[in-house]
Design a protein around this ligand. Structure first.
Ligand code: HEC
Ligand code: HEC
Ligand code: HEC
Ligand code: HEC
Ligand code: HEC
Ligand code: HEC
Ligand code: HEC
Length: 273
């Protein structure tokens, strides 16, 4: 936490100093000056080529940088305010609330770098930082703070060490996973909302997990039947298709393989619609 914060502070100071004195002093706007043309000093000062998507800004450093603060979120948002798909998708809706971008969208790594990386720790840091700074008298800030608190389960930071996956750093463990990932929960809430109990933040797969065999009779412990299994459809279609007219809904193992729900025992692949 402190290392990261120290880094951010150091980077901010560096960018502020460097930008103020080297790049954006009197020369912003691209006028040739002194011995070096604007493009020459830009090239010299640039820490590396921009990504493909931003390559068109190669000669317009000020599109992202300001002389005092370095690259700022305000400048990014000026061009990216209307990303409705991003804002409407559950895991990325947080874009409407964060006041910092470069933690996950690193630039100057070259034309072929795709500058998108999900960094859960950075996200939690950004959230905490904004909450600490927010002025509760301001209505807009109050609204943003409430939204931040939706995905930062702050109560978890109290003395109780949260029971989370060993690969998750403590700062990321304060995130409320289900707020952003409930829509892809394949367990239909049967395993609860605390995804971090079993999952890390890099991959959903769990290498050490071995699925019980198809002859297990405990399917119900870990799986929920779809709503159609509790309707007429079950007796009229599912049970007939599986040739198990007397099987109860709870006896998944009588009809299902463990490979795919559409792989029906003794029948093979079956897709209804
Ligand atoms: C002058 C306008 C402008 C500014 C300023 C700007 N962008 Fe972009 N950005 C674009 C355009 C245009 C694209 C390409 C969009 C597309 O292909 O749909 C893009 C693409 C992206 C992408 C997708 C990258 C990819 O490889 O697919 C991300 C992420 C992004 N910008 C983030 C940022 C961040 C963070 C900042 C601030 C540091 C920023 N942008 C500043 C215009 C801008
Ligand atoms: C904590 C990490 C994080 C932060 C902070 C962050 N982003 Fe993102 N952003 C992502 C991730 C991850 C995606 C890719 C989402 C996906 O496609 O699943 C993304 C996607 C995007 C895209 C869409 C790219 C595309 O492929 O079309 C844009 C534009 C963007 N971010 C801009 C911003 C801006 C502007 C900010 C600052 C206000 C910001 N982001 C802050 C993680 C972050
Ligand atoms: C699309 C937005 C964008 C444009 C355009 C852009 N930069 Fe940057 N720049 C960034 C971001 C974001 C950072 C923050 C650190 C990082 O992501 O690597 C940064 C960091 C820097 C740094 C500090 C390097 C560091 O490691 O802290 C320098 C110096 C810099 N930029 C110079 C330039 C110059 C010169 C230009 C014009 C040729 C330019 N930038 C154009 C987004 C941009
Ligand atoms: C504020 C939203 C948010 C919160 C809270 C959050 N995540 Fe994520 N997570 C994302 C985004 C965005 C991605 C990038 C992939 C995407 O867009 O779906 C991601 C990616 C992941 C991935 C990798 C998926 C892949 O295939 O690349 C895992 C695993 C994950 N998150 C687990 C967690 C866990 C565990 C927690 C709780 C400790 C958590 N997340 C909390 C937004 C969030
Ligand atoms: C009690 C432990 C446990 C909890 C809690 C849990 N999961 Fe899982 N989850 C698993 C196991 C085990 C797998 C199978 C992993 C594998 O096959 O590698 C899995 C698989 C997944 C997969 C599919 C991985 C793949 O690609 O095959 C996703 C997505 C997922 N879980 C999301 C979630 C979300 C979201 C939550 C919280 C709402 C959650 N899980 C809570 C144990 C859990
Ligand atoms: C100890 C818990 C557990 C038991 C018992 C169990 N499963 Fe699973 N099963 C999982 C987890 C976790 C996954 C991976 C997450 C997911 O896709 O739901 C999974 C995945 C599956 C899948 C793949 C779903 C897909 O679309 O990829 C099928 C099919 C399945 N199980 C059927 C069964 C059947 C049939 C039984 C009983 C014979 C059974 N399971 C017993 C935990 C269990
Ligand atoms: C009597 C046989 C039978 C039993 C018992 C049964 N199913 Fe099914 N199930 C089917 C058949 C056949 C299908 C294929 C499509 C359909 O009929 O809707 C199916 C489809 C499904 C699907 C896929 C639905 C979709 O929309 O793609 C899931 C998930 C599923 N079953 C889970 C379960 C679980 C979990 C149990 C136990 C709690 C269970 N089933 C018990 C026969 C059965």
């Amino acid at each position: 936490m402190s290392i990261q914060r120290a880094f951010l502070v150091a980077a901010a100071i560096f960018i502020a100093v460097a930008a103020g004195f080297y790049f954006f002093g009197d020369h912003a706007g691209g006028q040739p000056s002194g011995l070096l043309s604007a493009t020459a000093w830009q090239r010299m000062a640039s820490p590396g080529a921009l990504s493909q998507a931003h390559a068109f800004l190669e000669h317009d450093c000020a599109a992202c940088h300001t002389s005092v603060q370095g690259a700022t979120a305000t400048k990014c948002v000026a061009c990216h305010a209307n990303e409705t798909a991003l804002l409407q998708r559950q895991p990325t809706a947080f874009h409407g609330n964060v006041a910092s971008c470069q933690e996950c969208h690193v630039e100057h790594q070259g034309l072929h770098n795709h500058p998108i990386a999900m960094d859960h720790s950075a996200l939690a840091e950004i959230g905490f930082h904004q909450l600490a700074q927010s002025d509760s008298d301001d209505g807009v800030n109050r609204m943003v703070s409430r939204q931040l608190l939706d995905w930062i389960a702050q109560h978890k930071t109290a003395d109780v060490e949260p029971d989370h996956h060993i690969s998750i750093k403590p700062n990321a463990a304060v995130l409320d996973c289900a707020r952003c990932h409930a829509t892809i929960d394949p367990h239909r809430e049967l395993f609860g909302n605390d995804c971090a109990q079993c999952h890390g933040v890099k991959n959903w797969t769990i290498p050490e997990f071995r699925h019980p065999s198809a002859s297990s009779t405990n399917c119900m412990h870990c799986h929920q039947a779809p709503p159609s299994h509790y309707m007429m459809h079950f007796k009229m279609i599912s049970a007939k298709v599986a040739r198990q007219p007397s099987a109860d809904v709870t006896e998944c193992f009588k009809c299902h393989q463990t490979t795919s729900w559409n792989d029906i025992k003794g029948i093979g692949w079956y897709k209804h619609h």
